[in-house]
Design a protein around this ligand. Structure first.
Ligand code: APR
Length: 248
């Protein structure tokens, strides 16, 4: 693994434009379960029933049963060594943009400034009827949270059946076509269109560095370097290798 970490550090240091694509796996070490691992969120809540915009419109109280569980862990979560390490790589000038599927704000709390949120962010809530917005913490004790117009509020996250924010879509594909290196961290890469980013980057000559506890369908198709392990330790080791190279 040390040799692979060294090769990944070389790629990142020689890349003029490096991006990252992250998923729920990067936040598991912050106490937030991912979706598709054995004890993931979708093992408790059927996404078709709890995570679609149609379900939210029809049965918001039921959907808030799942949202409340997520909110309990997300509101307590702090950035782990993976988020902090990526913030450090950005500060050192070796990571230029993070595309995240996560809604937990942990990349920003971990120091990253250039973050594109594909699926929104759970720190604000909106009323689908009068458009009023609230900070999630303003409504933390209310369940389900209601707008002053008495309608149940929706977190500003993308549900299945909703469009990905136009900006995120356009910007991420534009950047992926000019990246020289792409770190893919903690994602099963099964949800489209974000899961096409690695192939687009590779088609344009980028080197793909995948960090995951398990192999994914990317590993044998687009990945150049597979660093198997927890994101916290792997990214910390990667940052140390970059720092070591800088000294030499
Ligand atoms: N370190 C690195 N990888 C990890 C870790 C860890 N500590 N723990 C889990 N993983 C890996 C798993 O092996 C898996 O490949 O993270 C991945 C998580 O995959 P998913 O649970 O499918 O999460 P994600 O890829 O982010 O899902 C994408 O699907 O349901 C929607 O909107 C939801 O944004 C989410 C999207």
């Amino acid at each position: 693994m040390e040799e692979l970490i060294g090769q990944a550090a070389e790629i990142i240091m020689n890349s003029k434009f490096t991006m990252a694509l992250t998923g729920a796996g990067i936040s598991v070490e912050s106490g937030i379960p991912d979706f598709r691992s054995a004890d993931g969120l979708w093992s408790k809540f059927d996404p078709a029933e709890y995570a679609s915009i149609y379900s939210f419109r029809a049965k918001p109280e039921m959907v808030w049963e799942m949202l409340r569980e997520m909110d309990k862990v997300v509101s307590q979560a702090r950035p782990n060594k993976a988020h902090l390490g990526m913030g450090k790589l950005e500060k050192m000038g070796y990571l230029h943009c993070i595309i995240t599927q996560n809604i937990d704000n942990l990349h920003q709390m971990g120091g990253a400034k250039n973050v594109i949120e594909y699926h929104g962010n759970s720190s604000t809530l909106s009323c689908l009827w009068c458009g009023k917005k609230y900070k999630s913490e303003e409504k933390r004790d209310e369940y389900p949270p209601r707008c002053e117009c008495q309608k149940i509020l929706k977190p500003d996250v993308v549900f299945f059946g909703e469009a990905i924010p136009e900006y995120a879509l356009n910007r991420s594909f534009q950047l992926a076509s000019s990246a020289q290196a792409l770190m893919v961290v903690g994602t099963s890469a099964v949800v489209s269109p974000v899961n096409t980013i690695p192939a687009i980057a590779r088609q344009n000559g980028a080197k793909i560095i995948e960090i995951n506890t398990e192999r994914t369908h990317l590993t044998d198709t687009v990945t150049d370097i597979f660093l198997q392990g927890g994101a916290g330790k792997v990214i910390s080791d990667l940052v140390e290798a970059v720092k070591g190279n800088e000294k030499n």
